[in-house]
Each structure stands twice: as C-alpha cells, then as structure tokens.
Design a binder for this molecule. Structure first.
Ligand SMILES: [Zn+2]
Length: 801
C-alpha cells in the first residue's frame, strides 16, 4: 500500500466531520475549502475527504472512482449507523453548540436515563466528569478554546504515524465530551472523538481490503448494496494469560516495590505489543477499539496478508515469552471476519456473536497452548543445572542467575526490575527502542541504566525529566511515552496509569513499604488488600446495547470502553486522594498504594482502615460514574505486613469470588467480602447496616459510657458467634446487663438512656440472623479500630477475630 495514501486516508477520515466543530456555518465550511487551505492543508485527497459530505455531492462530482473520499464517506456512514448511504441527507447537520454529550450509561443494559456531561477538555486536573442534569452554559468559550487547539494541531499536519497518533490525542482531549451529532438523536451519547476515530479505523480497513481484492473502482463497489454484506473487516482480540501469576507469584524482600514494578512492566509490555502489532499491520491507534487488563480488541482489514502477519506476530510474542518466562505468560489471539452490516448488528444479534466467536477461539487456543515444537523449545530453555542454571529467588524461573547484594539470586528480568524499580515507579517518562538504539542512548547518556527487555527485540528504559528532554531533542529512533501527561507531542505517546501511592505532607511517598502502610493505620497495625472488578462487564460489552433500535455499535463500544479505561487508570488516582467515607478513617489522602488498576480490575494495598473506606469511595464513585448500570465486587483481606504477599493475593482473590457469588432478594454480586466468607455483604448493606447503624451505635455506647475494654467485646463476640446454643443467648443477655451504668455514677441519666437504647437494639438484633451477622462484623471493626498498637507486637496471625 502506498504510504502516502495510507496517511491521507486516516487524516482525511479523522477530519471528515471536523468542520462541524470548527465553523459556525457547517455547510459553507465544506463548500468553501479555503479555510482549510489557510490551515496549511493543501493535500487534495484530504480536502476531498472533508468536502464530500452528501451522496448528492458525490453524484454531481467528477471524483475519480478510486478517490479515497468515497471511502471516508462510506466509513462515516457505517460508523454512524446509516443504512442507506445513497438516501442519507446531511443538510440538517449544522452543529448545535448547546447540545451536550449525553451519557452512554443512559442506555447501557436497558437503562433509561437522560443525564449528560459538562463540556470539558481532558486535562491533568479536570477531575471526574460525572453524568449530570445540571445545565452547563459555557458553550461559546469552550468552543472557542477547542477550535484553537484543533486548528493548531491541524496546521502542523504531517504525513506519518507519529503525527496521526498525536492528532488522535489532541482530538481525544478536546472532543471527548462533544456529541457525534446534534441532529441525529441516536448519536447524542456517542462522543465526537470516538465517532471520527472509528471512521478512521473503518476507512483503513476498507482501503486495504479493496487493494488486496484488486478492486479499483471503489465507487461501483462501495455504492452497490451487496458490498454491505462483504466481509471486509476482522474483529480481532488479543489476550495475555498468566498476568496475575507473573505479578503476584513472587517471594522476596521489598515485596511491594517488586510487585508494583512487575505490574508496571506488564502494563507497558501490553502497550508495546499493541503498538508493535499496529505498526507492523500498517495501521494506527485509531484501529484499537479497547485495551486494558491484558486484553485488547482491534478492528482490522480482512485480508490474507493481515491474517498471515497476525499469526506470525502472535508466534513471535509467544516464542519470546517462552524464552523469557517459560510458561508463565501466554498470548492468544482470535478473529472473526465481518461485514458492514454485522458491525451495525444486521441481522440482529450478529454484532454480539462476533465477540462471542472471537472469545471462544481464544479459549480454544488457551486450551491447546503449545505445539510439539514449542515444547521442545521450552525444554531447551528450562534445563536445570546445565551451564550453572538455577532457580530465581524472586520468580522461581530457571535461568543463569545474577547474584544480588542482598544474597538473592535473580534471573535477568528480576535483577533489572530490582535495579530500576525506584526509577521506573517515579519517573514520568520512558522510552522503547531496539537494541541498537538503546546501546547508542547508553553510550551518550551515562545516567541511563539497564534496560528491561520487551518482545520484538526491544528495550525499555525509564527517564527523568532531564534525560527525557535531552533524548527527545536527539535523533534517536524510539517511541517515547509519558505517564498521565497531557502535554504530549508528535514524539511522545500518552499512557494512563493508576499509580496513586500514599502521601505525607501532600507529597507521594518515594517507596512505601508494607510496614510503613501498616504503621499508618488506626488501631490495629495491619494492612488490607483489596481486589475488585466490574461485574458482568463482558456481557455489557457484547450485548449491553442490544435492546436499542439504532445501536451504532462500534462507536458506542469505543465510547464505553474509553470511559471505563479513564475511570480505572486515571480517575482512580483522584478518588484515592479525595477520601470521602470517614467512619473508619478521616484521611483524605488515603494511605494506599495501587499495585494494579486497569481494564476493569483493581489490586490495592494499604492501611487496613483506609482500604475499607476506599472500597466504599470507589463503589460510590463508580455508581455515580456509571449511573448504576454497572457494579463492582470486591474482596478485602486483613494481614500482618510480614505475611507473604503472594498468599495475600491468592486469599483475597478467593474473597472476591465470594462476593461474585453473593445473592440476596434476587440481587446478585455488587458485594464486598471482608476478612473471611462470614462477612459478605452487598455494598449497601455493609454501609447502611454494618457501618452506619451498628458500628456507630457500638462506638457511641462505648465512647460515652464507662470504658469496659476490649475483653468485654471479645466475650460478646464469642457468644454471638455461637448463638445456636440456646444457653449463649442467656449469657449474652447477662453480659449486657452487666454493662448497665451504676445508679450513683456521674451523668447517670444520660448514660442510662444510651445504655437502654444500646441494650434494646442488641436484644432485637440477636434474634435475627442478618442483624447478628452485621453486629459481629461491626464489633470486629470497632475492636480493630480501638486496639492499642503496643499489644500488636506479638507478630500476630491474620484475620484473628
Ligand atoms: Zn526471576
């Protein structure tokens, strides 16, 4: 494929509708293209993509039958869910700047709501943009600002992949909260950005398909009804399995740092794999439908050469995984060919079938991972005690090991990860290059240390601000990445990463340890691990919009997945530094570290009481964000900071499973399990009944009456737990009576009234199984919160109450 045409087409498609945003009078903007020429666009192909907006225009024109403008027109119609591309009139398309972007969650999973978003430019401190019903009247100023930003990037036009990726970022920041159309009702919850991005993706697919099929008369082919059933596209998915084992199965000192470094390494590896695939397939990030949590979806051209390349790329990655990590990591890909009609769910159900078919292909591959050749290859790398190979003391891989200062014997990856963990977690920038470029970088920059290896013979190095500036200005051939950064340019891509970590005096702790986090807790000096993910996310993706008449699937899926990525990779940082729930902890900046957050799942670790409160914060924030169309289930485990972290991970995973099985009054999931399976609640029950009702009553009583000490509570707990034996109810009542204040004590009147209220409630609660269970959890939390730290020096076991 001609490189030039490729770039013309993507840029032309991305800008196909941009006139609606840039000019008040939309129609004259495409009839009179001078304004684009003033912006430095003099490429005829791109101008044609912008000019031809209606079928009538195309009919009247003398466009050559192989003009790419025909493709961008058809691609836009497919993405905008227009069935008859000949009839469609765009004349009513003057863009109404006062119409906001409606929330995609209004219609997800049969929801029926009418919230919308404030107009915001995505930026470092834009905060969470939740759907609302409050009017937002900054339309004019806002449009003026985004017009400037967009004109600015357009005027720098340049025909290469870097420019396109940068253009995508600028369009994302400025057009995320603008509707795709203000005159077509069904497009009002799809963001303008996702609509044009998908137009870019579909255009390139069509173009590559036409070329490979030797179709030179685009017009006759594309405007023939039959082409809508032609399988021009592939829905492709990649899935890396073994991520959890790779991150958590370590046994080592400095475990938290190692865990975070491994998690970060995998996150970047995934970005790198996606970018490398797209680059080698001659595509851009426009074709990436979704990436996160070790999975991704792409929309690709259905051509033999693409299918061949995919196969060999997957193979390359797996060979590399075998060499570096034996069988810990494995990548499986699957695709299904589909037509424009399928993307628009014609016949009905065909769009969700695409996803189902792709995921069953991936499952099949996972079940038959290795060929005979692969196994020979694996054995070659995994021979023990040959050439002095031994087991790595961090990840247990068999390799030639490096001796570390701390008497550890580490494989190359673990060794380098350990060396650079500090930098990689704190530096904002990093660079990925081939080996040759890396050697050059190292030669010219003495401060650059060892590199982490990545698939496709690449090297990853993190950079501080100074190193980044210097290297960016050099002529190094590499991809630069900036973490959570909004000032990216042509040389630098952005990655969102949930990287919140505990703060002191408003500054992030450099490298918090589990011991430090435990020390920061109130009461008992322990840590909690929280693992959580979104309930039924797969089915929301596959069929969450199935009930709609005009689904506009591709763009709507893109809008939904991007919103979720923003929440779990970016907004989460904000949520953890603005703590809201305060019954167990008043810290606004939570003493928590994100080990992993992305895709749809989270692994957090921190001061026990901050973790529990943040669980509620995140649940509440996600409810508001998703308008309760989606929910989260979590497991929270309580541990001594010296407990092996791999076992914490495993056990908390089991607690999360309990929450996934939660069922009460016909409602399922949307739950949290604390410490062990006996404390499994819906989030609402946990907040309303365990914390607000019972914990607060217990706290009030013990704070306002004479301190009876924890031993009293222990006895009560013991009886409550064994209440099935009748005698224990009697004992419990006796114990309660001993709490009655003495008649001649100070403030007797007040105390006796608090006591009576407490005792009445307790009599009532002991009779009901639900209440009793909630009282037990509330008492445990009260005891933990009030236990003196000194008594904690016995090195205690986990979950002891
Ligand atoms: Zn290792």
């Amino acid at each position: 494929m001609s490189e030039k045409v490729k770039y013309d087409l993507v840029i032309g498609s991305l800008l196909h509708n941009i006139g609606k945003i840039l000019f008040d009078d939309y129609k004259s903007s495409y009839e009179n293209l001078k304004i684009y020429e003033e912006l430095n666009i003099n490429n005829q192909d791109i101008l044609d993509c912008i000019r031809y907006q209606t079928y009538e225009q195309i009919q009247k024109s003398n466009l050559s039958p192989d003009s790419i403008a025909l493709i961008s027109y058809v691609a836009n119609a497919i993405v905008s869910d227009i069935n008859d591309i000949k009839k469609e009139e765009f004349k009513d398309e003057d863009f109404d700047k006062n119409t906001p972007l409606y929330s995609v969650f209004n219609v997800l999973n049969k929801n029926n709501d009418s919230k919308f978003y404030k107009r915001v430019i995505l930026s470092q401190d834009c905060g969470i943009n939740n759907p609302t019903k409050d009017e937002d009247d900054n339309g004019d100023d806002f449009f003026q600002k985004i017009r400037e930003n967009i004109k600015n990037i357009i005027s720098k036009i340049s025909l290469n992949t870097n420019y396109i990726n940068n253009l995508l970022l600028v369009l994302e920041d400025n057009l995320s909260y603008i509707p795709a159309s203000t005159s077509k009702e069904y497009l009002k919850d799809i963001s303008f950005y996702d609509n044009i991005r998908m137009t870019g993706a579909v255009s390139t697919c069509i173009y590559q398909y036409l070329l490979e099929e030797n179709i030179i008369d685009f017009k006759t082919f594309l405007f023939n009804e039959k082409s809508r059933d032609e399988d021009m596209f592939l829905l492709y998915s990649l899935d890396v399995s073994g991520i959890q084992n790779f991150i958590y199965n370590i046994s080592s000192k400095g475990a938290l740092k190692a865990l975070r470094a491994r998690s970060f390494y995998l996150e970047i590896m995934m970005e790198h794999i996606v970018d490398s695939f797209l680059e080698r397939l001659n595509l851009t990030r426009a074709n990436l439908l979704y990436a996160g949590g070790g999975h991704c979806y792409m929309i690709l051209p259905n051509t033999k050469s693409i299918k061949d390349k995919i196969k060999s790329l997957e193979n390359d990655v797996n060979r590399w995984f075998m060499k570096e990590f034996a069988i810990t990591l494995y990548i499986a890909g699957g695709y299904r060919a589909c037509s424009a009609n399928n993307l628009q769910d014609i016949p009905e159900g065909s769009y969700s079938d695409l996803f189902k078919d792709v995921s069953s292909e991936i499952s099949l591959k996972k079940a038959h991972r290795y060929s005979a050749d692969d196994i020979r290859e694996l054995n070659k790398h995994n021979v023990k005690e040959e050439d002095g190979k031994r087991e790595c003391s961090m990840c247990r891989k068999i390799d030639k090991l490096k001796d570390d200062n701390d008497d550890e014997h580490l494989c190359t990856t673990c060794y380098v990860l350990k060396q650079i963990a500090n930098n990689i977690l704190d530096d904002k920038y990093f660079i990925i290059s081939d080996k040759e470029q890396y050697e050059r970088i190292r030669l010219e920059n003495s401060s650059i240390g060892e590199a982490l290896r990545l698939p496709f013979d690449s090297c990853l190095v993190s950079l501080n601000d100074k190193e980044f500036k210097k290297l960016k200005d050099s002529n190094i051939k590499a991809r630069f990445y900036a973490k959570n950064d909004f000032s990216s340019d042509e040389t630098t891509s952005r990655v969102f990463i949930g990287d919140y970590r505990a703060k002191t005096d408003n500054k992030y702790l450099k490298n918090p340890t589990l011991e430090e986090l435990a020390e920061k807790s109130d009461g008992i000096e322990k840590i909690c691990v929280l693992r959580a993910d979104v309930d039924n996310l797969g089915s929301a993706f596959v069929s969450g919009f199935r009930h709609m008449k005009q689904k506009s699937n591709l763009a709507r899926t893109a809008t939904l997945s991007r919103q979720l990525s923003l929440f779990f990779k970016f907004y989460i940082n904000d949520i953890l530094s603005n703590g809201k729930h305060e019954i167990l902890s008043k810290n606004k900046d939570r003493n928590i570290v994100i080990v992993y957050s992305g895709g749809d799942d989270m692994f957090l670790i921190g001061a026990w009481n901050d973790i529990i409160q943040s669980g509620l914060d995140l649940k509440k924030a996600f409810d508001e964000f998703s308008q309760k169309t989606l929910s989260i289930s979590a497991g929270i485990g309580l541990y001594d900071s010296k407990f092996p972290i791999n076992i914490m991970a495993k056990e908390t995973g089991i607690l999360e499973e309990y929450s996934k099985k939660y069922e009460k009054d016909g409602k399922t999931k949307n739950a949290v399990t604390l410490f062990d399976e006996s404390n499994c609640y819906s989030w609402d029950d946990f907040e309303d009944f365990v914390l607000n009702e019972k914990f607060n009553l217990i706290k009030d009583f013990f704070e306002k009456t004479d301190e009876r000490g924890n031993s009293f509570l222990y006895n009560m707990l013991e009886l409550l737990r064994n209440v099935k034996e009748k005698i224990n109810i009697a004992r419990f009542i006796y114990l309660l009576s001993r709490l009655e204040p003495e008649k001649n004590s100070k403030n007797y009147e007040e105390k006796i009234s608090i006591y009576r209220n407490f005792a009445d409630k307790m009599y009532e609660w002991i009779e009901s199984e639900d209440d009793r269970k909630q009282v037990i959890t509330a008492m445990c939390l009260y005891v933990y919160l009030n236990r003196k730290k000194q008594s904690e020096k016995d090195g205690g076991k986990n979950n002891e109450l």
